[in-house]
Design a protein around this ligand. Structure first.
Ligand code: HEC
Ligand code: HEC
Length: 190
C-alpha cells in the first residue's frame, strides 16, 4: 500500500547556506549576531545593508583590501552578498563601551560640529546625530574604538581607498591623531 503523502516524515528544513556561512566561518571574528567582541574586528550588527553590500562587493573585487579578511573571501559568492548584508543588518547592535569620558566629550564636539578652521565637517552631517547612518552612509554607533581609529588612519594613508571621491580620505587628512582618538571614543558610546 502506498504511504499517503500526509504520513511521510516531514522533510527537515535545509539550513540556509548563507546563514550557515555567517554562523560558522564569519562568526570566528564577527560573532554570529554581528557583535564582535575583539576591538580590531568591526561590529556588523545593525549596519546599513546598502553599506555592507558595497563593502562585500569592494572586498570581492579587490577595491578594499585587508590581509585578515582576505583568506575568507573565497567562500563569499557575489550572489550571496545581498543575503549576507541583510542578515547582519537585521541583527540587534549591542552597546559600545566608553573607556575615557573626557576624551569622548572632546570627540562629541568634532562629531557634531567638526572643526571649521581645519575644514572638517561634523560627522553627524552624514552619519547622523546618533551615528545610525542611513541608506547612503554607514552606521558608526557603538563601534569599537580600535577599529574606528584604524579605518581613519587607513583612509588617511590611502591603505583604504574605496571611499567614493576620496571623501573620507580628505576628512581624515584634516584630523590630528588626537582628534581621531577622541571622535572614536565618542562614537563607541553612541
Ligand atoms: C579572521 C577574522 C575575520 C573573519 C573570519 C571574517 N572577517 Fe570580516 N573583517 C575582519 C577584519 C579585521 C575587518 C576589517 C578590515 C579592514 O580594516 O579593512 C573585517 C571587515 C568586514 C566587513 C566590513 C565592515 C565595515 O564596517 O566596513 C564586512 C562586511 C565583513 N568583514 C564581513 C565578513 C563576512 C561576511 C565574513 C565571512 C565570510 C567575514 N567577514 C569573516 C575580520 C574577519
Ligand atoms: C560628507 C559625508 C561624510 C562625512 C561628513 C563623514 N563621513 Fe565618514 N563616511 C562617509 C561615507 C560615504 C563612508 C563610506 C565609505 C565607503 O564606501 O567605504 C564613510 C565611512 C566612514 C567610516 C568607516 C566605517 C566602517 O564601518 O568601516 C568611518 C570610521 C567614518 N566614516 C568616520 C567618520 C568620522 C569620524 C567623521 C567626522 C570627522 C566622518 N566620518 C564624516 C561619509 C561621510
Amino acid at each position: 500500500m502506498a504511504v499517503p503523502l500526509a504520513c511521510a516524515a516531514p522533510a527537515l528544513a535545509a539550513p540556509d547556506p548563507v546563514e550557515t556561512l555567517a554562523t560558522t566561518v564569519c562568526q570566528a571574528c564577527h560573532m554570529s549576531d554581528g557583535n564582535s567582541v575583539v576591538p580590531q574586528f568591526p561590529k556588523l550588527a545593525g549596519q546599513q545593508a546598502t553599506y555592507l553590500e558595497k563593502q562585500l562587493a569592494d572586498f570581492l573585487e579587490g577595491r578594499r583590501r585587508n590581509e585578515v579578511m582576505e583568506p575568507f573571501l573565497s567562500q563569499v559568492k557575489a550572489r550571496d552578498i545581498k543575503e549576507l548584508a541583510a542578515y547582519y543588518a537585521a541583527q540587534v547592535p549591542g552597546p559600545g563601551v566608553v573607556l575615557d569620558p573626557e576624551l569622548a566629550e572632546a570627540g562629541r564636539r568634532i562629531y557634531e560640529d567638526g572643526n571649521e578652521g581645519a575644514g572638517v565637517p561634523g560627522c553627524e552631517a552624514c552619519h547622523q546625530l546618533q551615528g545610525e547612518g542611513n541608506v547612503r552612509y554607514p552606521r558608526l554607533a557603538g563601534q569599537h574604538q580600535a577599529y574606528t581609529i584604524q579605518e581613519m588612519l587607513d583612509f588617511r594613508s590611502g591603505q583604504r581607498a574605496n571611499d567614493k571621491g576620496g571623501l573620507m580620505r580628505r576628512i581624515s587628512e584634516r584630523l590630528t591623531d588626537e582628534e581621531i582618538r577622541a571622535v572614536a571614543e565618542y562614537i563607541a558610546g553612541l
